[in-house]
Ligand binder design. Structure first.
Ligand code: Q9C
Ligand code: ZN
Length: 671
């Protein structure tokens, strides 16, 4: 199952024909540069090329009014003066004799992508389109957008394929107000957007873009706005919003299809966004969405105006859709105070709608909107001055390193299996040549004389080395004694140049905590054992009342606790251990396996006890990059579990800043 790429040069054939400083950044080269980069890196060749088509009138009318369509339809016949005149009624957009044609192709390309994914021709894909769509409204063009490509696609997918729930993730740096207005009273389409806001000082300067706009009537709770009130947001800020807002809600919502308003003006170097996230953050954002909706994900280009950061970000996104392991995320030092304020406000605004947020901290009485209201009234001059100073600084061109080359290991998934257990398709059965010296060492260290054990352990050590050399991506071993195998891997990893190992333990394996406080290993253990005390920064027991059998509680722990810990720890190897009787269902286990592959360049080694043969197939498929099946709509987790998790997070957030969801001095004045 492949990745679709939809592009047509025709969409480069319109441009700004007069002088307009607000529009001069939206150039045809945005598309050519992105496409050329995909060709040059060989990524385009690995995709399934799908042709564009023109959206039909019926398609366009799913979102837009007849009057608006009729008006736009006339633009190909207008003179330059008439085009200018026509443009004036809208904000920050321009028309050209060929833009109507391109706008039909942009919407049609998006629908071709939806068709390819929904019919199973491909698993996922990206459409490179111009003009973008997310600002355009029922009867208005706006912000370079003519037709709302993604909004049309959401309605189209629901109508044509009868799907119940669509998630739209808008990671463009602007608020897609057009998408919000289209679905604000519709609970079947969940819209998430983060955007530069600066307390309503930034375009499009709408109150409607603030966190308090959660949707209307039946759609209340299904519109999520994350306003950025400062520029300069980084990878940590983006990833913490994913872990603490978007993903928990998205998993609870359980979409049948994910559409991404994939604007890259939220990346470093962009003159509009002025944010500082590196292009490889999009590999992670993409990866984190790829296990929703059974992997059905359509990314559609929106903004992105720094040609370099744009093409780098596009390549990161497409390469991730293709299934290549994501690069290790660097410098995740936790979100900034302003991002934490936003995070806190959004979680508080949505806690009444989503059970995953029920225990989010309430908003303090002096909530942050007071600041905005003061600004509206002409106050906040002090802040005005500060902001001006900052803007002078940020106009300096900022350089950033080119994202490191990502390459796929020659062997994706290697399995160490006892004789008689079949090796699933696509995986390689792994045995090491048995070096007697190594065998002897292992015999002494682990006090075992079982030849089977020794063969397994020596294979495991060889596998760990091959992962470090990137010759093998990930692996799975079915072993007689998981605890012994785990100790063996951890010891060997250190000598095999693995700097940090994240151990994720599902169930109550006997875990020796000795040696885990030097930071070389971080152990996170999920079980129902009545609370073991937390044993320092690097040994974190997560106690769930019903162990791992409550999918909701478990998922919440994975998204809000394990992922941020894992991202901040940045391991070079993930050791995922499953003990018998953990109670975890296959689906949740596959989600866990899939999500963890965003870490350590995808180097995950799974250890399972011999009796769990039945789980080899599902695990191998997740390791191979097949999307985990959807867990379905999640019910409310157990209150005790949520409270326990919240306590755990609070206790750990001094050490692990990516766990924070509130600003250090909530409601305070500092930034
Ligand atoms: N400097 C998209 O990214 N201009 N549209 C804002 C403030 C409008 C962006 C002016 C930017 C529209 C798809
Ligand atoms: Zn944008």
């Amino acid at each position: 199952m492949g990745t679709a790429l939809i592009y047509d040069e025709e969409m480069t054939k319109y441009k700004l024909l007069w002088v307009d400083p607000a529009c001069k950044i939206e150039v045809p080269e945005r598309l050519t540069v992105s496409h050329e980069a995909l060709v040059k890196t060989g990524l385009a060749d690995r995709c399934v090329a799908v042709p564009v088509r023109e959206a039909t009138e019926a398609d366009i009318l799913l979102v837009h009014s007849e009057e608006y369509l009729e008006a736009v339809k006339k633009t190909p016949y207008m003179t330059l003066e008439e085009l200018k005149e026509f443009t004036l009624q809208y904000g920050d957009v321009y028309f050209h004799p060929n833009i109507y044609h391109c706008a039909k192709l942009a919407a049609g390309a998006t629908l071709q992508l939806v068709d390819s994914v929904m019919t199973g021709k491909v698993r996922n894909g990206m459409a490179l389109v111009r003009p973008p769509g997310h600002h355009s409204m029922r009867s208005a063009a706006s912000g370079f957008c003519v037709f709302n490509n993604v909004a049309i696609a959401a309605r189209y997918a629901k109508q044509k394929y009868g799907i119940k729930r669509v998630l739209i993730v808008d990671w463009d740096v602007h608020h897609g107000q057009g998408v919000q207005y289209c679905f604000e009273d519709d609970p079947s389409v969940l819209y998430f957007s983060w955007h530069r806001y600066e307390h309503q000082k930034y375009w499009p300067q709408l109150r409607d873009s603030d966190y308090g706009c959660v949707g209307k009537e039946k759609g209340a709770g299904f519109n999520i706005n994350v306003p950025w009130n400062k520029v300069g947001m980084k990878n940590s800020d983006y990833l913490s919003v994913f872990c603490h807002v978007l993903l928990p809600i998205a998993y609870e919502f359980s979409p049948d299809l994910v559409l991404v308003c994939a604007g890259f003006d939220s990346a470093i170097g962009d003159p509009e966004g002025e944010m500082r996230a590196s292009p490889d953050v999009f590999a992670h954002l993409t990866h984190l969405l790829m296990n929703l909706a059974g992997g059905k994900l359509c990314a559609v280009l929106e903004g992105g105006y720094n040609l370099t950061s744009l093409h780098q970000s596009v390549c990161q996104t497409v390469q991730t859709l293709l299934g290549d392991p994501a690069p290790r995320p660097a410098n995740l030092d936790g979100p900034c105070t302003s991002a934490l304020e936003s995070l806190h406000c959004v979680r508080a605004a949505h806690r009444q709608y989503w059970s995953c947020l029920k225990h989010a901290a309430e908003l303090p009485t002096s909530d942050f909107s007071t600041k905005r209201i003061k600004l509206d009234e002409g106050g906040g001059e002090e802040e005005e001055r500060q902001k001006t100073g900052e803007e002078e600084k940020s106009t300096e061109e900022e350089a950033w390193p080119e994202p490191p080359k990502r390459f796929t290991p020659p062997v994706s998934t290697a399995l160490v299996l006892p004789e008689g257990v079949a090796c699933p398709d696509g995986c390689k059965r792994f045995t090491s040549s048995e070096d007697p010296v190594i065998i002897n060492k292992l015999r002494e260290k682990f006090l075992t004389d079982s030849d089977d054990d020794l063969t397994t352990l020596s294979s495991l050590t060889a596998l760990v080395e091959k992962m470090e050399k990137n010759e093998i991506g990930n692996g799975l071993a079915l072993v007689r004694d998981v605890s012994m195998a785990m100790m063996c891997v951890v010891e060997h990893a250190a000598t095999a140049h693995h700097d940090r190992v994240l151990i994720v333990c599902v169930g109550d394996a006997v875990v020796q905590s000795q040696g885990t406080d030097d930071g070389k290993t971080l152990l996170v253990q999920f079980s129902n054992k009545e609370s073991e005390e937390q044993k320092g920064k690097f040994h974190i027991p997560v106690c769930l009342k019903k162990g791992c059998s409550d999918v909701s509680g478990f998922t919440q722990a994975v998204l809000g606790l394990l992922l941020p810990l894992g991202y901040q720890y940045d391991p070079s190897l993930v050791l995922l251990v499953r003990t018998p009787g953990s109670g975890l269902c296959d689906g949740a286990w596959q989600q866990l396996t899939g999500l963890l592959q965003g870490l350590a360049q995808g180097h995950t080694l799974v250890l399972m006890q011999e009796g769990e043969k039945a789980c080899v197939g599902p695990t191998a498929s997740s390791l191979l990059g097949v999307a985990a099946p959807s867990l379905g709509k999640l019910h409310a987790p157990l209150t005790e579990d949520v409270e326990a998790l919240e306590r755990l997070r609070l206790g750990l957030q001094a050490d692990w800043k990516l766990l924070r969801t509130t600003a250090p001095e909530t409601g305070g004045e500092e930034h």
